[in-house]
Design a protein around this ligand. Structure first.
Ligand SMILES: CC(C)(COP(=O)(O)OP(=O)(O)OC[C@H]1O[C@@H](n2cnc3c(N)ncnc32)[C@H](O)[C@@H]1OP(=O)(O)O)[C@@H](O)C(=O)NCCC(=O)NCCS
Length: 163
């Protein structure tokens, strides 16, 4: 499994994996040097997962300004093989040069996402109906936070990865 930066040509492959995000928001993220968009590419070349970061420049209490993880999605037939962990570890490694702390919001019902992020060092900060512009099916989301720099050497910075 290759984890690499997404290119504009990948947008069509990311499209079937989009949940809350629009294609326009993926293109916007790709064009922003302050954000990272990654894809997971299977040996046959298929894109089977993607993820991005988002930088909020302003506080919107209780959600602070800062770098957030977002969008991580893995094609159903490729789940439980560590792909989301790889996509997240590479985003966290990239963010280590930019911040000491990384944020994430997820639906309180999303057991898989909560377990994924807990396993990567995220702690729950608070629950709420909305964090920045994100609202949640069922009405409740969870704001998560992880300190960076505590896992040095676990993952090569994505800038060293292809292409
Ligand atoms: C959440 C999601 C990205 C996980 O992708 P994945 O590649 O299957 O995750 P991984 O294989 O890296 O799993 C890592 C850990 O996350 C947890 N996890 C993943 N899927 C889980 C599930 N269905 N139920 C409970 N825990 C789960 C487990 O702790 C797992 O470790 P383990 O397999 O050793 O038990 C995937 O289920 C998905 O695309 N879901 C829909 C989109 C989504 O909800 N994204 C999260 C938005 S914040």
């Amino acid at each position: 499994m290759l984890i690499r930066r997404a290119e504009p040509e990948d947008v069509a492959s990311i499209a079937p994996l989009l949940r809350g995000s629009s294609l326009a928001s993926v293109e916007e993220a790709l064009a922003d040097p302050d954000r990272l968009v990654l894809v997971a590419q299977a040996p046959d070349g298929d894109v089977v997962g993607w993820a991005k970061t988002h930088h909020w420049h302003h506080d919107d209490p209780p959600a602070p300004a800062g770098h957030y993880l977002g969008g991580v999605t893995v094609a159903e037939s490729w789940r439980r093989q560590g792909i989301a962990v790889a996509l997240t570890e590479h985003r966290m490694a990239w963010l280590e040069a930019r911040t000491d702390v990384v944020w994430c919001v997820t639906n309180a019902r999303n057991v898989a996402s909560l377990a994924l992020h807990a396993g990567l060092g995220f702690d729950e900060v608070t629950r709420g109906a909305r964090f920045h512009t994100t609202t949640f099916d069922g009405g409740v989301g969870v704001l998560l936070c992880a300190r960076l720099g505590l896992r040095a050497g676990t993952t090569a910075p994505v800038d060293t990865l292809a292409p």
